[in-house]
Design a protein around this ligand. Structure first.
Ligand code: ATP
Length: 681
């Protein structure tokens, strides 16, 4: 087994690498599957089949990242920079001809003042936000392609998760989604166990993420990205917000990973002296330009050649940051000095041959930049990075994605829907409503009250669900975008899975409410009519939710979405004719038919007066037939004439159903095509 792994020349998965020096024990497990046992030292035995271990290992060839003259220029709306500007756009250079080479086994630190371009460089190297980017980036000898996504992990600065999931649930869902179906489910779970051990998060494995510490959260964030055993790991300020002990522990984890042959590049703020020295290479940026690239221990001697001497006993990282944070002139000096001093790989070879020819003094402290020639590119593992199985854009098929995302949404929605407070709210409102309309007699005077009961139930729950629908995507978007950026699943699989999982759960409380309130109020004794009213109530809730999802997905600013919802809800109620019987003709002709409240309300009004129920006349105020016959009776049809509504129940159902579909599809397309308008790189 060990031989096989060596022959494939891939980085072994954590379980095997962790055993470096101690041979992993090969076991024949239950069910005839070959199992590797974790070596001593891990708190729990993780078991993965030999085939599984081989597949995981093959996911991670050693990769050298080479970038040459990478620049990024964007057009910023001129008014954002200068409100009095007459121009439409101003060009802004975020990266200016940055070059470098990072080898497997190295941890490279990216430092620089805030706004110097660290995140932009990380994004660019990781193949994200490539608009306005020029220059060359190679992974071994290949350029970035979509199929390469899973070889590159990106640990974002924010730890974005569904925080009500436990650590293990988070990792398991990710493993099921991101690991290909060539691995069995058992192996995927075994991989989760490995990562839990490797990142030392066993103690919080069953704790909801919202309750774990910042350092643990960061490790879960890294663990999530490590599940697919990537070759290159980009990290954006992984230590920010951590205390020094957690930060050191995190860097130790990164060192373990680099020892496994992974290529690591991380931006970092204010590392301790010890941490600073532990990096293999330092790239220092200022205003999008390189001002130093070399060993961290060479940074101070390099700046000293220009007369910038660090005081003794000073943390070199702090000194370097103080230097680049000084006034513009110092930064300009440093930028020019780097241009004078920098060398390419080729020049470096000739310099070493002619050491005496007096090159600029700082040169010897710098790491050579690649020149952009083919000869600069190294390919330690001569494998095609997007060949064979990996060339599939998605790790698992559409239906598997949908089922997993369905299960996750079901779990998450269940947790938010079925809270004690939500039950208290639904039940108490049901009882209060029931008491208000308690046991109405079937008499003429209750006709307005019966209609207002229908109005109440057809507005209260749709209002509430619409507002929840608006919040749905804004809260999930960050996590979804992160997961999609690493090529985990199709948006359509997420959308369908979420819709199928959430809809039934969101209907439970309204149904409970209606069962109580309806029978307390005694709307119509016919059970079939009750069921039909329930169907319309639930359909109107689904339409409202779809409308909310549509607004939330289209207007990416939450305040805008809530304002739009309030305006449209009130308008739809006004033009639905609930408050005004006689709308101006030009408005009434078409506008009232836009109101989805109108369809559900009209249909339920019709339903409630259907059936053989006989009503008693009182004073003839509402029903014509009672005008001169106060002791007589009338039917539901006579009552309906009071509302002047020519209603076709099936038609109303179809229109509502159509609205449900149209708003859902609209929400999907908005989610798919409306990009983040913050324009962040
Ligand atoms: N879409 C954009 N429009 C305008 N400016 C942008 C855009 N994206 C990035 N920038 C600017 O580019 C510069 C580099 O940003 P970047 O986030 O890469 O810096 P950074 O070094 O990572 O900063 P920090 O350490 O604060 O995270 C900043 O000045 C930022 O304001």
């Amino acid at each position: 087994m060990v031989e096989t792994l060596h022959r494939t020349n891939q980085i072994a998965p954590a379980i095997i690498d962790m055993s470096a020096g101690k041979n992993p024990t090969l076991n024949k497990g239950i069910d005839n599957s070959h199992i590797i046992e974790m070596p001593e030292g891990s708190r729990r035995k993780s078991r993965m089949s030999v085939d599984g271990a081989r597949i995981i290992a093959a996911l991670s060839p050693r990769i050298t990242v080479t970038f040459h003259n990478v620049s990024k220029v964007i057009n910023v709306p001129a008014k954002m920079i200068d409100p009095s500007s007459k121009e439409r756009y101003i060009q802004r250079t975020l990266l200016d001809k940055v070059s470098g080479q990072i080898h497997p086994g190295q941890i490279v630190a990216l430092m620089g003042p805030s706004g110097s371009g660290k995140t932009t460089l990380l994004n660019t190297l990781a193949g994200r936000a490539l608009n306005g980017v020029t220059g060359d980036i190679w992974f071994n000898k290949q350029r970035h392609e979509k199929g390469m996504k899973r070889k590159l992990a990106y640990v974002l600065q924010q730890d974005l998760f569904f925080e009500s999931l436990t650590v293990k649930q988070q990792l398991t869902y990710t493993a099921l989604l991101r690991l290909s179906n060539h691995l069995s489910k058992t192996d995927k779970i075994a991989r989760v166990e490995q990562i839990i051990d490797q990142l030392r998060i066993r103690k919080c494995a069953n704790t909801p993420i919202m309750l774990i510490s910042g350092g643990e959260k960061k490790r879960v964030n890294i663990g999530t990205e490590l599940l697919s055993n990537p070759s290159v790991i980009f990290l954006d300020e992984p230590t920010s917000g951590l205390d020094s002990t957690s930060a050191v522990a995190l860097i130790d984890v990164l060192r373990e990973l680099s020892n496994q042959g992974k290529t690591i590049i991380t931006s970092i703020h204010q590392p301790s002296s010890q941490m600073f020295q532990s990096f293999d290479q330092l790239i220092l940026l200022a205003d999008g330009k390189t001002i130093f690239m070399g060993k961290p221990s060479d940074a101070l001697p390099y700046f000293a050649t220009m007369g910038y001497q660090s005081p003794p006993q000073y943390n070199p990282a702090d000194y370097v940051m103080d230097l680049v944070n000084q006034d513009v002139n110092v930064r300009e000096n440093l930028k020019e000095a780097y241009l004078r001093n920098r060398i390419t790989v080729n020049e470096n070879k000739s310099i070493s041959q002619f050491k005496d020819q007096n090159p600029p003094e700082g040169r010897k402290y710098l790491t050579a930049e690649p020149s952009g020639n083919e000869s600069d590119l190294t390919n330690p593992d001569n494998v095609n990075l997007i060949s064979g199985k990996d060339s599939n854009r998605w790790p698992i098929g559409f239906f598997s994605q949908m089922l997993i995302l369905f299960s996750r949404s079901f779990r998450l929605t269940g947790k938010t829907q079925f809270t004690f407070l939500n039950f208290v709210q639904a039940l108490s409102l049901a009882v209060i409503s029931g008491l208000c309309w308690l046991q109405m007699d079937f008499v003429e005077s209750t006709i307005p009250d019966r209609s207002s009961f229908i109005f109440f139930i057809m507005t209260f729950w749709p209002f509430q669900t619409l507002m929840m629908g608006i919040l749905s995507f804004p809260f999930e978007r960050g996590v979804i975008e992160k997961e999609r950026a690493s090529g985990s699943y199709r948006l359509s699989a997420y959308f369908i899975g979420k819709s199928l999982a959430e809809a039934p759960l969101k209907l439970v409380l309204p149904t409970l409410f209606l069962i109580i309130a309806y029978w307390m109020a005694r709307i119509n004794n016919n059970f079939a009519i009750f069921l039909a009213i329930v169907v319309f109530q639930l359909l109107s809730i689904l339409v409202a939710e779809s409308f909310g999802l549509f607004l939330g997905a289209t207007l990416r600013n939450l305040h805008h979405a809530i304002t739009a919802a309030t305006v449209s809800l009130i308008s739809l109620m006004l033009i639905g004719g609930f408050f005004i019987q006689h709308l101006p003709h030009w408005l009434g002709v078409w506008a009232k038919w836009l109101s989805f409240f109108k369809y559900a309300y009209s249909a339920c009004l019709r339903l409630q007066f259907m059936g053989p129920q006989i009503y008693r006349c009182v004073d003839g105020s509402y029903v014509d037939i009672c005008k001169n016959n106060i002791n007589g009776t009338f039917t539901g049809d006579d009552a309906l004439r009071f509302f002047d509504s020519g209603i076709d129940i099936q038609y109303n159902f179809l229109v509502l159903f159509g609205m449900f579909i149209v708003f859902r599809i609209g929400a999907y397309f908005s989610l798919r095509f409306i990009k983040n308008n913050t324009g962040r790189t």
